[in-house]
Every structure is written in structure tokens, then in C-alpha cells.
Design a protein around this ligand. Structure first.
Ligand code: SF4
Length: 752
């Protein structure tokens, strides 16, 4: 048997690991971590090892589907685009462009063609309402970035490989492989902190696998991080530990922050957080004294009712101790392309795009052109002017990912036009009128434009497609171009749309005496995403400037170096990284500070009675997808309700019992797993599981359905400043139902 080796970056999560695939024909015989990859150095997780299995998933559609007599049936691409164009144009003609919405799921961020060609159809739709998975898990961070540094994607990431004191708040990178901080091999990097004499502190109510690696595990009450971190900032002021250092040149609003947090002492909030005041003071002192320290917060800090305040306080701790933009602190990456902060006037930029319009039903303000996904269903199912009647779903599964799954499902089922770009008929796309499947993961080239902008080291990796398209398949960017043409309805060809888009990209890359035509000639004969990528890299901070900077980076350089190009450790970038109207970092944005009374009210209210629900991650899961890959679905049951032994005893529940978990919006039944990983008063369910198999064409996932925590999340409860969903800290009632009350889809015996 003839074999060959293919090297590629894993496109499945933010970690961007290098993989080595041993291929025989179109089959993957073996997958290993690429020891020579400049960033991942051999690391991969169990998901990466299944890339071939995912590619050959028989439920991954290779041909378009259209709805015919109530069923999704295979069709030609021409038929599918014609129907998509017809349905969408009919919605726009009948009700105007704002009757169409677009929803982006997370996988689009890992997809070169899908990501770079999104502007084509967004432009063709003229004025769509935009919803994304960002308002389910990271919008608070976006908002803080925009208000402090001038762009929502200007993110300070932990300088993981040089820090001596890392405080991880509400994050479990050992399971998630990291998020909003691209770093392959988090477990190894975390262990290395301790090996070089540093300290790892994990702040999390749950004893996670990340907490098990830590020197210290602080267990606050669920969703009390804002109060805890506010009290740490308070200690910095109270004990004279504020040390801005060189940041003093760029930072304003320090006194304003001191006043705003003056009453939130560790002693005052201790009952609310459950963390003794002396522990908070001690931790803060040691953090402030460390030479190279950083606080890193993730989904446990963002998908909560005080997500924006918590995210702001994470940055305040880094700034006020002088650890922002310092080696070993929180630093701003400088990627080869895609950076939001390398164009325009260094240091200065316009005000962030906020509050220009509101949602129709609840009046929720837009953030960066997007409305909260928590209001997607009501915008569809509430009659009246401006009601959404059409939706373009781009690699998204909001029925599983958004709060109140049942309402979201009913809303999607009622649409006049639902067009999906997705390989699967899943919980959401089962309602589609048209499904346009992209090629498999081995048939796409890859460059992680998005996540290299948040990487803990500056790197660039390009991977060509491993396999050719099958006859009759289209590349994702081709699907996007043809969709744009179908929405326009003016007979443009795929090449016309691609050319227009390349001209737009070239216009952004032009400098000096060169013209758009010069730049397009320089990257010819490339077309599609590679043409755009070459334009972006060559005009980027390391690029060859189309010949003006000999030896600079081009796409051809990356093609010659399949293990990637190391562009070095993060370097200080203040103040040029800023794009704020004042050219400074104003620590006291009114939009955030004005939310403090809401936190004070929560602190002052009586302690919450009863149980609260939080989500959890598992290394073998990937949000709402990959549940159809058989080798990721083996092993112990994972869709269990974790509950503490004390609560289990009070409720009369033992491991394996099926319990009912109820909120305002739904009731689910899940097998209990009694564990001390969660403290008393807290229960945990994973998210992303297929729960309602009707109409779903996912054989493996249907055979092993699970309980999806988002089915219980309430779409009416939000982090107010950002509009982010609250997926952690949901009050729930748990009861052990009688045997005759059990819901049928979840049978614990089939899961064991
Ligand atoms: S950690 Fe992420 S990028 Fe790395 S192998 Fe796993 S899924 Fe792929």
C-alpha cells in the first residue's frame, strides 16, 4: 500500500495544533501531533486524532439538500442556489432587508474560506440582522476590549510561557484546550509555570482538571467572580499596591476606579463570594508582588449575569499591577495578518460601534452590529413590523447553542426562508429549506486568521487541502460567492463576486504608489481565499510589502514551511496597539461603571436558596458539533448531572438515578452523577448535546443523545451591558421523579 504524509493545522478548536496525517489514498491511516510544528511541538488532543473519521462521516452531506414536500431531498447546486435566492429575495421584497437575519456559529472562525468570504453575502443582503455565537460566550470580553483598547478583537492574552504567577478564573483549558488565548498544549504550558518556580492559582467553584494542576484552588460561589475580583482591586488601592509603571503614560481614570470600588472590600463581599477576606487580601498581595503575573478569565466569567464587570476587573487587575503589555503579563499579539490594530493611525481610532439600533421586541442594544442571540427566537416569533422571516445559518446550531432551545426550535420551524451552510442535518438545519454542505475538513486549505490574532506566541501556519474535492462538490468560498449572487439576483457569476471581493481586500492593502491592480497582479494567478490571504500577509506587519521589503513574509513562504513560521514571543505594543478616540486606556467607561449598582444590589440581597446550574466542558466534545464522531462518543457517560454528595443525600439521589431538572423555560431528565467536584448547592450539565432527535440525520449522535444544559437557560436573563447569555448560575429545581414520570429519550442504561 502506498502511503503519503500530509501536514496540516488542526481546524477544530482555538489551539491550532499541527498534525501529521499518514494517508493511503483518501483514507487517514494515522494521525499524530506534529513534533516539528513551531507552536504545538507535537501536542494534539483526542479530537484532532479523529480528523479523518470526521472527514469520512457518512452523515456529512456532500450534495445540497432542498425541502420538497416537507422533506429535505438531494438537489443540484443550481437548484439549491435558485431556491435559496428565490426564498430570500421574496422575504426582502415582502418585508424589507431587516426581515432577514444571519447567524454565525463558532466553526466559521476556524474556516479560511468561510471567514474571509462572509462579507460577500452580508453585503448582498444589504441590511441583515446579525446574530453570532459571540453573544453566547464572549461578548463581555469584546465589549471590554473595545472600550479599553479601541477594538473588540484587541485582546490581551496571558503570556503563558513567561509568566510566574497565573490566576485562571472560570476557565478549564485542560478540557477546553483554551479559549481567547490560542495555545496548543495548555496542560504542558501550565505545568511548566510550576516547573520554573512560578505559581498557578485556579479560581473556580468546580474542582476541574485544571484546578487539579494548580498550587491553589479558590472556590468562590458560582457567578460571584465580579465581587471577588472587585474586592481584589479594592485591596490594591487600600494597601497601596497599585503600580502602573510605564502604563501610567497611557492610562486614565485610575482615581475614578478607586472611588467606584471603594466600598467593595473583601470583608464586605465575603458572605456573597464565600471566600474569606484574609484569603483575598493574601492572594492580592502575592499577585501584586509577583514580577510577572497575569489574570486570565474565560467562560465562567463571561457567560454569567455580571460578565462585563468581571471581564473588566480581570483587565483592571493586570493593568493596575503593571502587568499589561509586559513580558509574563497580559500582552497583545501581533499576527501576520487579520490584526484589528495594525491599520489606521497608531494609537487612535473612532468610538466603538455601540447603541446604533436596538432589537425590535425587547429593545436590546446592538453591540458591534450584532444583536444578542438570546433575542433571536423572539424576533422571529413575535408578530409585528420588522418581524424576522428569513435566516441564513452559517455553521451554526442555535437550537443547541442558544438559551431556551425549545422556543428557538419552534421559531426556526416557522420561518419563510431558512438557508443553511452546514454539512449536517442537525437540530437547527432540520428546519431548513436549503442546506448547502461545505467540503470535508481534509478538502480545505487552512490558515487560522482569527485565532492567530489571540495567540500566546506570534506564529503563522498555512496548510493546503489534503484531498481534492469530489466531483460535484464546491469549496466553501465558492458557496459563499454563489449565495451572494443568488441573493443579489442580478446574474453575477462566482468569478465576478470573487473578483469584487479581491478588489475590496486589495483596496485595504494598498499603500504608497501601488494601485489595486498592481496588488492583484502581484498575487496572480491565485483566486479564492489564497488570493485574499496572500494580499493580507504581504501587506501585514511581517509581509514583503509586495517586493518593497525583501525577505518579508508571503503565502509562498508559508507553503514552503509546512511546520509554520515562528514570528517570536509577544512584544510590548502600547501605545501603538490602541485605537481609542483619546489614544489612551480609559479605565472607567461609563457603560461598565454604571453596571456596578446592579452588582451591589446582588451582594446586598439575601443569599440565594436552592441549587444553581453551571455548564462544563469535556475534551472529547466541541460545543454543538462532533457528537457524531463514534470514537469521541465512547467511554463513560458524559451527559450526566453532577451533584454534590450533600445535595444528593438531601434529595435521595444516587449515581445513575434519572433526575428532573427544571427552570422557567424547560424540564430535562438526566442521569445523576454524585461527585465532590461540584460544591454543595451547585449542579452541572454539559452543553452541546443533541437532545431532540426527530428529523436529525446524525446516526451516532441519535444513538447516544444527551442532555443539553442550554435547554434550561433562560433567554430573558442577560449580562446587561453586553447582552451576553447567562449560561452559568441558573437557578434550578432538581427532583428525583417516580419511574413512571421519566422522559424517554434519555435512558441511563444505554449510556452506562
Ligand atoms: S487541541 Fe484543538 S487544535 Fe489541537 S488537536 Fe485538539 S481539537 Fe485540534
Amino acid at each position: 500500500m502506498t502511503t503519503r504524509t500530509a501536514i496540516r493545522t488542526c481546524p477544530l478548536c482555538e489551539a491550532t495544533c499541527g498534525l501529521v496525517l499518514t494517508m493511503a489514498g483518501d483514507r487517514v491511516l494515522r494521525t499524530a501531533g506534529d513534533e516539528d510544528d513551531v507552536f504545538s511541538e507535537g501536542f494534539m488532543c483526542p479530537k484532532g486524532a479523529t480528523l479523518g473519521e470526521l472527514h469520512h462521516d457518512p452523515d456529512w452531506h456532500r450534495r445540497p439538500l432542498i425541502r420538497h414536500r416537507g422533506r429535505l431531498v438531494q438537489a443540484s447546486w443550481d437548484e439549491a442556489f435558485e431556491l435559496a435566492g428565490h426564498l430570500v429575495r421574496a422575504v426582502v421584497e415582502r418585508s424589507g432587508p431587516t426581515a432577514m437575519a444571519v447567524y454565525f456559529g463558532n466553526p466559521i472562525s476556524h474556516n479560511l474560506g468561510g471567514l474571509l468570504y462572509a462579507p460577500t453575502y452580508l453585503k448582498a443582503l444589504a441590511s441583515p440582522r446579525l446574530f453570532t455565537a459571540s453573544s453566547l460566550d464572549q461578548r463581555p470580553k469584546d465589549l471590554v476590549n473595545a472600550l479599553l483598547y479601541g477594538d473588540r478583537f484587541t485582546l490581551a492574552v496571558p503570556d503563558l510561557d513567561r509568566t510566574d504567577f497565573l490566576v485562571v478564573v472560570g476557565a478549564n483549558p485542560v478540557e477546553s484546550n483554551g479559549s481567547l488565548a490560542t495555545a496548543p498544549g495548555w496542560p504542558r504550558r501550565l505545568r511548566a509555570i510550576r516547573e520554573r518556580g512560578g505559581r498557578l492559582v485556579v479560581v473556580d467553584p468546580v474542582r476541574t482538571r485544571t484546578a487539579e494542576l494548580a498550587d491553589e484552588h479558590v472556590r468562590p460561589r458560582v457567578a460571584s467572580d465580579a465581587a471577588l475580583l472587585a474586592s481584589m482591586v479594592n485591596v490594591l488601592f487600600d494597601e497601596g499596591l497599585v503600580r502602573l509603571g510605564r502604563l501610567g503614560e497611557f492610562v486614565t481614570g485610575v482615581e475614578s476606579v478607586r472611588r467606584a470600588l471603594a466600598d467593595l472590600t473583601p470583608e464586605r463581599v465575603a458572605d456573597y463570594t464565600g471566600v474569606p477576606a484574609r484569603s483575598v487580601r493574601d492572594l492580592t498581595r502575592r499577585f501584586a508582588a509577583a514580577e510577572r503575573a497575569c489574570v486570565y478569565g474565560r467562560i465562567g466569567t463571561t457567560a454569567t449575569e455580571f460578565g462585563t464587570l468581571t471581564s473588566w476587573l480581570v483587565d483592571l487587575l493586570n493593568i493596575l499591577t503593571g502587568n499589561l503589555d509586559r513580558e509574563g503579563g497580559a500582552m497583545f499579539p501581533l499576527p501576520a495578518c487579520g490584526s484589528p490594530n495594525t491599520r489606521g493611525r497608531p494609537g487612535f481610532g473612532p468610538p466603538p460601534r455601540l447603541d446604533r439600533f436596538s432589537s425590535r421586541v425587547r429593545g436590546l442594544p446592538e453591540r458591534f452590529g450584532e444583536l444578542p442571540t438570546s433575542c433571536l427566537a423572539e424576533e422571529i416569533d413575535t408578530p409585528g413590523d420588522g418581524q424576522l422571516r428569513g435566516l441564513l445559518l452559517i455553521s451554526g446550531n442555535p437550537v443547541v447553542s442558544a438559551p431556551n432551545s425549545e422556543r428557538t426550535a419552534r421559531a426556526l420551524a416557522s420561518l419563510d426562508a431558512l438557508v443553511a451552510v452546514d454539512p449536517y442535518v442537525n437540530d437547527s438545519t432540520r428546519f431548513a429549506h436549503v442546506v448547502l454542505p461545505p467540503p470535508g475538513p481534509l478538502q480545505r486549505s487552512h490558515y487560522d486568521v482569527h485565532f492567530t490574532t489571540w495567540a500566546v506566541r506570534n506564529v503563522a501556519n498555512y496548510s493546503p487541502a489534503v484531498l481534492d474535492l469530489d466531483p460535484g462538490q464546491l469549496e466553501e468560498w465558492q458557496i459563499m460567492c454563489r449565495l451572494a449572487a443568488a441573493f443579489e439576483g442580478r446574474g453575477a457569476s462566482e468569478a465576478d463576486v470573487d473578483r469584487r471581493h479581491a478588489e475590496m481586500t486589495a483596496r485595504a492593502a494598498v499603500s504608497g504608489d501601488r494601485t489595486v491592480e498592481d496588488l492583484l497582479a502581484a498575487v496572480a494567478p491565485r483566486v479564492g481565499p489564497e488570493r485574499l490571504l496572500d494580499l493580507m500577509i504581504r501587506s501585514g506587519p511581517y509581509g514583503d510589502a509586495f517586493g518593497d521589503r525583501p525577505g518579508g513574509l508571503t503565502l509562498a513562504t508559508l507553503e514552503e514551511r509546512p511546520h509554520g513560521v515562528d514570528l517570536g514571543p509577544l512584544r510590548p505594543r502600547l501605545p501603538e496597539v490602541l485605537r481609542t478616540p483619546t489614544g489612551t486606556v480609559a479605565l472607567d467607561p461609563p457603560l461598565i461603571v454604571d453596571d456596578l449598582p446592579r452588582l451591589r444590589a446582588a451582594i446586598a440581597s439575601a443569599p440565594r436558596e436552592g441549587l444553581v446550574l453551571i455548564g462544563r466542558r469535556h475534551v472529547r466534545s466541541n460545543n454543538s458539533w462532533m457528537g457524531n464522531v463514534p470514537s469521541l462518543m465512547t467511554g463513560r457517560p458524559r451527559a450526566t448531572l453532577w451533584l454534590n454528595p450533600a445535595d444528593a443525600e438531601r434529595l435521595g439521589v444516587t449515581t445513575g438515578d434519572v433526575v428532573a431538572v427544571a427552570t422557567r423555560v424547560s424540564t430535562v431528565h438526566a442521569p445523576a452523577e454524585v461527585t465532590e467536584r461540584v460544591p454543595a448547592g451547585v449542579v452541572s450539565l454539559p452543553h452541546g448535546w443533541l437532545h431532540e432527535p426527530d428529523g436529525v440525520r446524525l446516526a451516532t449522535a441519535r444513538a447516544r443523545p444527551g442532555v443539553n444544559s442550554n435547554r434550561l437557560a433562560d433567554e430573558l436573563v442577560l449580562d446587561v451591558p453586553s447582552g451576553n447569555a447567562v449560561l452559568n448560575g441558573i437557578p434550578v429545581q432538581v427532583t428525583a421523579p417516580r419511574a413512571d414520570e421519566h422522559e424517554q429519550p434519555i435512558n441511563p442504561l444505554t449510556l452506562m
